[in-house]
Design a protein around this ligand. Structure first.
Ligand SMILES: [Zn+2]
Length: 339
């Protein structure tokens, strides 16, 4: 940590400048080595902006990486002292908070249309994690807004010896590269909304015709589903827009489906909850207070805190399932099929 006496505004400004330059150079290097520049995601960005983030900023960078380069990417990210490394081995995509960049792995072995669908779906999910306040809404300790708060270490001569940057994201909690329970629910809610939108417009139906046969009708997506089961609460069906296509062309649940289902069950009980939820995710202070209160009112005191801790200390999938189980049991419900 910086010695506060040495942490002068001058040093802070210099540190921010250095951090910004460093970020730009590092991203340029990543784009040059990994960038798949033919991925146009402007319509996905527009979808998220229009539907979920009108008052927020979506200014992160995107890097699309070939699947067979994931180890190399992990190496390069780990080589930089400013941007904490992320486990890339099993992930399909991730948002790096300190770099403010979304990384999506493109799987060249999947059929083209399925690969495009999954790349975009994963991109939308990660982009949702990057939602932050518009620059104009924030003042950085009296100075003009700067997206980088900086942790600075200086020596006795006031020379900067280390800078660490953090992106002041607003809204729900993101722990390292993973969202806590409700942050994951948010990102997956938005990704699912995008998938629903695509399917109802008849896009990507070729993939699903291959899976469901030539009579596949995208308007019936809610009836097409996968059975899932959690022993403690029973089995339930999960409709098509919630599902992921795996490398072999089969359908699968994402780990984030569980928090999303939890959120939807809560919103069924308290229909006013969803507007508060998205306002909180966009950094509205009143809603950041109101949403946890409403969760606790439905589930019992301390429930929100319990759920938000379902992200780090256990294996993620077990953890999110446990969060969903907790909600279903606290409400004394049977788990219902999602509609
Ligand atoms: Zn996520």
């Amino acid at each position: 940590m910086a010695n506060p006496e040495l942490y002068t505004p001058e040093i802070k400004r210099r540190a921010i400048r250095l951090a910004q330059e460093h970020r730009q150079n590092f991203l340029a290097r990543l784009h040059a080595e990994f960038g798949e520049n033919d991925t146009d995601v402007s319509s996905e960005v527009a979808f998220v902006k229009e539907r979920f983030a009108q008052t927020s900023s979506l200014t992160c960078e995107y890097v699309f990486v070939r699947d067979n380069q994931r180890l190399r990417l992990a190496e390069v990210l780990a080589s930089d002292p400013l941007f904490y490394p992320i486990e890339t081995k099993n992930s399909g995509a991730f948002y790096n908070k300190s770099l403010d960049a979304v990384f999506v792995f493109r799987n060249q072995e999947m059929p083209l249309e399925a690969e495009s669908f999954m790349t975009r779906r994963k991109f939308v999910h990660e982009l949702a994690h990057s939602i932050k306040l518009e620059d104009s809404d924030v003042k950085f300790k009296g100075e003009d807004f700067n997206p980088y708060d900086a942790l600075v270490k200086v020596n006795k001569e006031n020379n900067i010896i280390f800078v660490n940057v953090t992106q002041p994201r607003m809204g729900l909690r993101l722990v390292g590269g993973w969202g806590a329970f409700f942050e994951e629910a948010k990102a997956e809610y938005i990704a699912t909304a995008w998938a629903k939108d695509q399917l109802t417009q008849g896009r990507f139906s070729g993939i699903f015709r291959q899976i469901y046969g030539p009579d596949f009708d995208p308007r019936l997506t809610d009836q097409l589903s996968l059975r899932a089961n959690i022993p403690e609460i029973g089995s339930f069906s999960v409709p098509l827009p919630y599902l992921m296509i795996d490398n072999r062309g089969g359908l699968n649940l994402s780990v984030s489906t569980y928090p999303l289902m939890g959120l939807e069950i809560l919103c069924e009980r308290d229909p006013e909850m969803l507007p508060y939820f998205f306002a909180a995710a966009n950094g509205d202070l009143e809603s950041l207070r109101e949403f946890p209160k409403r969760v606790d009112r439905l589930l019992g005191k301390g429930a929100y805190g319990y759920l938000q801790k379902r992200s780090k200390d256990e294996e993620l999938k077990t953890n999110f399932k446990r969060g969903l189980t907790y909600i279903v049991k606290a409400l004394g419900e049977e788990v219902n099929d999602i509609n």
